[in-house]
Design a protein around this ligand. Structure first.
Ligand code: HEM
Length: 184
């Protein structure tokens, strides 16, 4: 199936920007808590910040399922012909990497929380079903994984934004607009 339009569908655009906002917010809050707060100094405030991080970030789990389904049933517009095959391959690999992060971060985050005996709450409304009990052996694996993947995701996201801005302002092609505009 080929997308003959030069734009993403409206649904793909809304999912992209909504998830971008949630992902960046979750990243900043997680980074702040993990690197600038401690229970010794900040007490329950750190708990509140981690809780905010989780309540926002768990929504990604639901959205990514819809997003992957939509991506398979509604192919993306073609990349511009001005891009070399190597750059097109790099773009596809980068996008694949971002989808991987969208799955791996909430999964490792939830496993991390459950393994230390805490819930994985969604928008302060309900908790995700707890799939594993308290388990220090699991924490020893998923805690560093969550942190490393979050750093890799930050780098990839930075590259993604830089590439989008380069397409728009230097190459002056339609790549960024394909995620913003629609067929008239
Ligand atoms: C898109 C989703 C997510 C992103 C982008 C993300 C990002 C981050 C980042 C950047 C950190 C700080 C890493 C560091 O210490 O340098 C972090 C820590 C953490 N994340 Fe996530 N995370 C996500 C999902 C989740 C989920 C779903 C949960 C649990 C339900 C979770 C639980 C935690 C916990 C408990 C910490 C440790 C915070 C601390 O030690 O203060 N994360 N996350």
């Amino acid at each position: 199936m080929k997308n003959t339009s030069q734009y993403y569908t409206r649904t793909a655009q809304v999912l992209h920007w909504l998830m971008a906002i949630i992902f960046i917010l979750a990243w900043i809050i997680g980074f702040y808590s993990g690197n600038f707060l401690s229970y010794e100094v900040d007490g329950s405030f750190k708990g509140d910040v981690i809780s905010l991080h989780k309540n926002i970030a768990t929504t990604i789990i639901f959205l990514v399922v819809v997003r992957i389904f939509w991506r398979y049933t509604h192919p993306a517009p073609e990349l511009p012909n001005s891009m070399s095959p190597v750059m097109k391959k790099a773009a596809h690999l980068g996008h694949l990497g971002l989808y991987f992060m969208l799955l791996a971060l909430p999964i490792t985050g939830c496993l991390y929380s459950w393994s230390v005996g805490y819930p994985a709450p969604v928008l302060y409304l309900f908790n995700l079903p707890t799939l594993i009990g308290e388990n220090p052996a699991v924490t020893a694996v998923v805690k560093p994984l969550h942190i490393w993947i979050s750093w890799a995701a930050g780098l990839l996201l930075f590259g993604h934004i830089a590439a989008a801005l380069k397409h728009h302002f230097i190459d002056k092609d339609n790549v960024l607009n394909s995620m913003l505009k629609r067929d008239q």
